[in-house]
Design a protein around this ligand. Structure first.
Ligand SMILES: [Zn+2]
Length: 374
């Protein structure tokens, strides 16, 4: 199967994040086993979805991980020109949900496997394909935790998120949290008998706004745009009617951190203000929904130099989106981003990848294989 056949098969699985993924993982497992790779499915704690790890070459020697996610965002936008889960080719463009983010990378890696197998690698190349990346990198931590039993400590991780095949050394970290304030309902004419959850939430909201302002004067890193850490309230919901005391209010927050700063820690002052509401009788629930650390691979690292040679261009310092690379780096592995497609085409109707981008990616992986050969 060539890269287009494989992409066609991958796109046909509507592997939307947050759902069981046995179909796509099972197909990739069978396909890789047929090519002679050693494949392991790693079920997550949810019980109905799994990560996949495969090795070509000797697992007990340090090698490289090619990392991608099998899940995609939903494709319910009415603007799609054709069925999102059916690959459509129009000249250079291959349309379908996930073509850019990031089944194109998975397809290029899978298409390179027969060549890697033929090379009789002295250093292994591993494929690490995760689930539920699109809802806060929930799957990959379970894969990272299993790495020590699966292979010798890798020399580096290449995360194939869409970067136009330009290597990228950095991104900010991110944390998202949901706070729910529960008060007491009643008729609005008797506010003395109720506990207004929306009024209480205004405390939390103003804490978020003042933290956001404070961060603009905080630590900064000129690699990023903006250079400082940031925080925002993204969704607020509560109440039923103007004459009912609202008994519940929900606020979703996120924070983005430059390297060296814990993104979840940026939310701590807001959390403290929410928890203080308990003194007034409110019941406060705070949940950290997702978090991943920033990525910051030094310019003079061996992995950055390797990718510079493989792609023919110096790695970019940073991009604005986040990836699993921060989690790999957090576990003590060097990680870098490099993949086909453009992030500007992701999470949109008529998402596409270019045929030449897939070819360039497959070529890069085969060139990496040549370096890993005996
Ligand atoms: Zn992605």
């Amino acid at each position: 199967m060539d890269v287009f056949d494989i992409l066609d098969r991958l796109v046909a699985f509507p592997s939307v994040a947050g759902k069981p993924n046995g179909d796509i993982a099972g197909w990739i497992e069978a396909h890789l086993a047929e090519q002679g790779a050693k494949v392991t499915l790693l079920p997550g704690p949810e019980g109905d979805r799994c990560n996949l790890f495969a090795t070509i070459g000797p697992a007990d020697v340090p090698g490289y991980i090619l990392s991608g996610h099998m899940d995609v965002v939903p494709a319910s936008e009415p603007q799609w020109s054709s069925a999102p889960f059916a690959l459509r080719r129009d000249g250079e463009r291959l349309y379908g949900r996930g073509t850019t983010d990031m089944k194109g990378f998975l397809a290029a890696a899978l298409a390179a496997v027969p060549a890697l197998v033929r090379l009789r690698l002295a250093r292994p190349i591993h494929l690490a394909f995760s689930y539920d990346e699109e809802i806060g990198c929930r799957g990959v931590p379970h894969l990272i935790a299993r790495l020590p039993e699966l292979c010798a400590k890798p020399l580096g991780v290449i995360v194939g998120e869409p970067s136009g095949m330009r290597a990228v050394r950095g991104h900010k970290g991110k944390a998202a949290a949901r706070v729910v304030i529960n008060g007491r309902s009643g008729h609005s004419s008797r506010p003395d008998l109720g506990l207004n959850a929306i009024h209480a939430m205004s405390d939390v909201l103003s804490a978020a706004v003042s933290e956001a302002e404070r961060l603009t004067h905080g630590p900064s890193d000129p690699t990023f745009e903006p250079a400082y850490c940031s925080l925002q309230a993204g969704v607020i919901a509560g109440g039923q009617s103007v004459n009912i005391i609202p008994d519940s209010c929900t606020l979703d927050l996120e924070a983005r951190a430059i390297p060296g700063i814990d993104p979840a820690g940026l939310l701590t002052p807001v959390k403290a203000r929410a928890e203080a509401l308990a003194e007034q009788g409110y019941v406060v629930e705070w949940k950290l929904v997702s978090a991943y650390p920033a990525l910051s691979l030094p310019q003079d690292s061996a992995l950055a130099a390797l990718l510079g040679e493989l792609t023919g261009g110096a790695p970019l310092a940073a991009v604005s989106y986040g990836t699993e690379a921060g989690l790999y780096q957090g576990s003590g592995l060097d990680a870098i981003i490099c993949g086909p497609g453009d992030i500007g085409r992701a999470h949109k109707p008529d998402e596409y990848v270019l045929a030449r981008e897939l070819a360039a990616c497959q070529q890069m992986i085969e060139a990496l294989g040549a370096r890993c050969a005996a």
